[in-house]
Design a protein around this ligand. Structure first.
Ligand SMILES: *Cc1c(COP(=O)(O)O)cnc(C)c1O
Length: 358
């Protein structure tokens, strides 16, 4: 079976060394030395400042919203459910705007229309879906015109750059997920990259019950800290990240070359690199998708209809400024196998079988 995904396995010898170090320190969580080391190494690797580790990517979204002071959200309906449920959970008001037909990212035009029609959301939540950057310039401009803040859900965008700059530098905050299924992982984990140091400092208190060292409780907080065991896995996995990213990017380009004549592919941002986080294809119809999924499985190839449904179909009581493109994409989108253990021969087989089925 060619698996859809296969998590990176941390090197156990290196991990054991770090776990021993944790025992020696007697410091298991609460901003310990490995937490510090991973923070610095990630900031360095990603080329960002103000990176705060969290216990997962969902809490990263929630904490980011608290830190920058959001209460109402305009979001994309084409994303993993957590992009939206994270905010719904904390009773933020929620509305949707549509995605662009080609990139499947939040459409600046649809966002503009939403505000023209009276949308009052103080924060835009946009996913760089499949690692493909949003039209950040256009969204930035809209945020100035309409006075909203931006949180980018960058859970798929580890290692993505626009030109020479990390895509994580855009927006008031960008969040990452380090879940085991992601490109870089700490088993469970995540991070927030803040534009402003002051928001970073606020969030650092929020993830630790609102406690400011030496001052006591200064804010309503939560427990969203990454522990030392998670940081240890991160440090071990980070040593492999260059190889993993280049391998995945190579697989992605090989797929694209072989797929471009047989299926539609989401339009990639022209100034961005690829990280090979996912391999989404767009089929012609629901029916074709179901034939392809079944056909691949019969030939021992996993695939996943992902993301579906369009999130406005789940959160039906939210204001909907448009979801036509999202609905259409979510009915036809299929992700093909993509992971660090995948080999070129596997992709050759997937391409051959897919061509045959179509
Ligand atoms: C994985 C993911 C999340 C959630 O991250 P967790 O670390 O699993 O909480 C949020 N948004 C997107 C787009 C994701 O893919």
């Amino acid at each position: 079976m060619i698996a859809l995904n296969s998590p990176v396995k941390p090197n156990l010898k290196k991990l054991a060394n770090l776990l021993e170090q944790i025992n020696e320190n007697g410091w298991y969580t609460n901003f310990g030395p490995l937490h510090q080391e991973l923070t610095e190494k990630l900031e360095d690797y990603l080329g960002v400042k103000n990176l705060l580790l969290t216990n997962n990517g969902t809490s990263a979204l929630q904490v980011a919203a608290h830190a920058i002071g959001s209460n109402s959200i305009l979001s994309t309906p084409f994303s993993f459910v957590a992009t939206v449920s994270a905010f719904k959970w904390q009773k933020d008001e929620l509305a949707f705007a549509d995605v662009d037909k080609q990139s499947l990212n939040l459409s600046p035009e649809s966002v503009r229309l939403a505000y023209r029609k009276g949308c009052k959301a103080d924060t835009l939540v946009a996913t760089h879906v499949y690692g493909n950057p949003c039209d950040v310039e256009a969204l930035d401009k809209l945020s100035e015109e309409n006075n909203f803040q931006i949180i980018y859900d960058a859970a798929h965008a580890f290692g993505i750059k626009l030109g020479n700059d990390s895509v994580l530098k855009y927006g008031d905050a960008s969040t990452l997920s380090f879940h085991a299924t992601k490109i870089f992982h700490t088993v469970e984990g995540g991070a927030i990259v803040f534009k402003d140091r002051s928001n970073f400092e606020k969030a650092e208190e929020i993830i630790n019950f609102g406690i400011r060292p030496g001052r006591g409780v200064v804010d309503v907080g939560i427990n969203a800290k990454m522990n030392e065991y998670q940081a240890a896995v991160g440090l071990v996995n980070l040593e492999e990240i260059d190889n993993i990213l280049s391998h995945r990017a190579e697989l992605f380009h090989m797929y694209c070359e072989g797929l471009k004549d047989i299926v539609d592919l989401p339009l990639w941002h022209p100034e961005a690199n690829a990280n090979g986080a996912y391999m989404p294809i767009l089929l012609q119809s629901k029916e074709e998708l179901s034939v392809v999924t079944k056909g691949l499985l019969e030939r021992n190839i996993q695939s996943r209809h992902y993301f579906e449904p369009s999130l406005d179909k789940i959160f039906v009581d939210s204001h909907n400024y448009g979801s036509k493109n999202s609905t259409s994409a979510s009915e036809r989108i299929l992700c093909l196998p993509m992971h660090a253990h995948l080999q070129k021969v596997d992709i050759k087989k997937v391409l051959l079988e897919l061509r045959d089925i179509l």
